[in-house]
Design a protein around this ligand. Structure first.
Ligand SMILES: Cc1cc2nc3c(=O)[nH]c(=O)nc-3n(C[C@H](O)[C@H](O)[C@H](O)COP(=O)(O)O)c2cc1C
Length: 365
């Protein structure tokens, strides 16, 4: 099912960008976990648009209404569902897109797949707006993981080629992991923020867009979780991370860079510290054979530049099969990466929780 994900912490996302609303149903959350709604709203507000010039001016409070599954501040164990009503829609900006393909967007493939019945307004179900309910599910997953002393965080690793400092794959501590999430622009090095903002602003002024990379990590994730072959932590995390619109690459640990190393450089030597088995380096990103090692789990997610740019572009009217020039109206993010940081964090948390709940089940046998 295209908009459903997970087996033990199962999420199902619905809605369209310019319809009545968007939302999510979550099944599998264990009962009795305290949920801090304020912290959840705070987490979701990191994704909400309209805060400054790095994002679309579309203003949406994105405040979710929890319809079920949370009672007296705790999960009930039965399905959690949340609805976010759409408010600031300007659908007239999108009339042309019923039959005109925005290069880089899913208008044409959506037409091929759904034969013209798809809601094309604002990208419909393909819109980046559908990451709001994903964030809701991710925020719940993060709180369940935190109740088990597992912490998930992320930061902008790179925008338009401008790098932030990386997470330390061995010595990463909780404060450093969670610090970027407390800032409006989630980076580790303050100097990187100014340069990245400038690159985004330059793209906006020249009616263009830029992409980048989000790095995420989990601390406290126990070893021995996950399965080999097709059901590893990498498989599952990549599957949900690729569900985030505009994601074009996912790597774990040293990732593609490992292909340039020798075995002697890439292997992580094992060691014993205070009776705990650790590794001295962490090129594996905390995963070997699909199974967690107990070291920090690390992934990086590459985002393409926002497809909707306002400079004239060559395209086609796919109903009339005629070439035409397109000038996109509507309000768009000159860079989706900053808003995508909590989305990556949330999706990663959902994936890890799904694996963990499975392990908690099979560890009883
Ligand atoms: C948080 C977020 C915001 C986005 N905002 C926009 C936007 O304003 N305009 C746009 O054209 N694409 C935006 N996107 C990306 C498109 O939704 C995405 O590129 C499109 O659906 C095609 O899917 P694909 O790039 O995964 O192939 C956004 C993505 C995310 C994650």
């Amino acid at each position: 099912m295209s908009s459903e994900w997970g087996r033990f912490f199962k999420i199902s996302i619905f809605g369209e960008s310019h319809g009545a609303g968007i939302g999510v149903t979550i099944q599998g959350a264990p009962a009795g976990i305290p949920i801090d709604q304020e912290a959840l709203f705070q987490f979701m507000s990191r994704r909400a648009p309209g805060k400054d010039k790095t994002s679309t001016p579309r203003k949406e409070s994105d405040l979710p209404e929890t319809l079920s599954g949370i009672f007296q501040g705790h999960t009930t164990g039965t399905p959690i569902s949340a609805l976010i009503r759409n408010q600031d829609t300007r659908s007239k900006d999108y009339g042309e897109l019923a039959h005109t393909a925005r290069p880089g967007h899913a208008d044409y493939t959506g037409f091929l797949r759904y034969g013209g019945f798809q809601d094309f307004r604002g990208g419909g179900h393909f819109s980046g707006r559908l990451t709001a309910p994903l964030c809701y599910a991710g925020g719940i997953a993060k709180q369940i993981l935190a109740s088990r002393n597992i912490w998930v965080g992320a930061h902008v690793a790179q925008i338009a080629g401008i790098p932030d400092l990386p997470f330390d794959p061995v010595g990463l501590d909780q404060e450093t992991l969670l610090k970027p999430g407390k800032s409006g622009f989630p980076v580790l090095a303050p100097a990187a923020e100014d340069k990245m903002r400038e690159a985004i602003e330059n793209a906006r002024i020249s009616q263009d867009s830029v992409g980048g990379i989000v790095e995420c990590a989990a601390l406290g994730f126990p070893g021995g979780v996950g399965s080999p072959m097709f059901d590893g932590i990498e498989n599952r995390a990549a599957s949900i991370l690729f569900g985030i619109p505009a994601v074009k690459g996912v790597e774990f640990g040293a990732g593609f860079q490992a292909a340039y190393l020798k075995g002697s450089q890439n292997n992580d030597p094992f060691t014993v510290v205070n009776d705990k088995i650790l590794s001295k380096t962490n090129h594996a990103g905390g995963i070997l054979g699909g199974i967690s090692t107990g070291m920090p789990v690390l992934a990086r997610v590459a985002f393409k530049p926002t497809p909707s740019i306002s400079q004239p572009q060559e395209t086609v009217d796919f109903m009339e099969k005629k070439e035409k020039e397109l000038i996109i109206k509507g309000r768009h993010d000159p860079c989706v990466v900053v808003r995508a940081v909590p989305v990556v964090e949330g999706a990663f948390a959902v994936a890890l929780l799904d694996c963990l709940l499975e392990a908690e089940g099979y560890n009883h046998f």
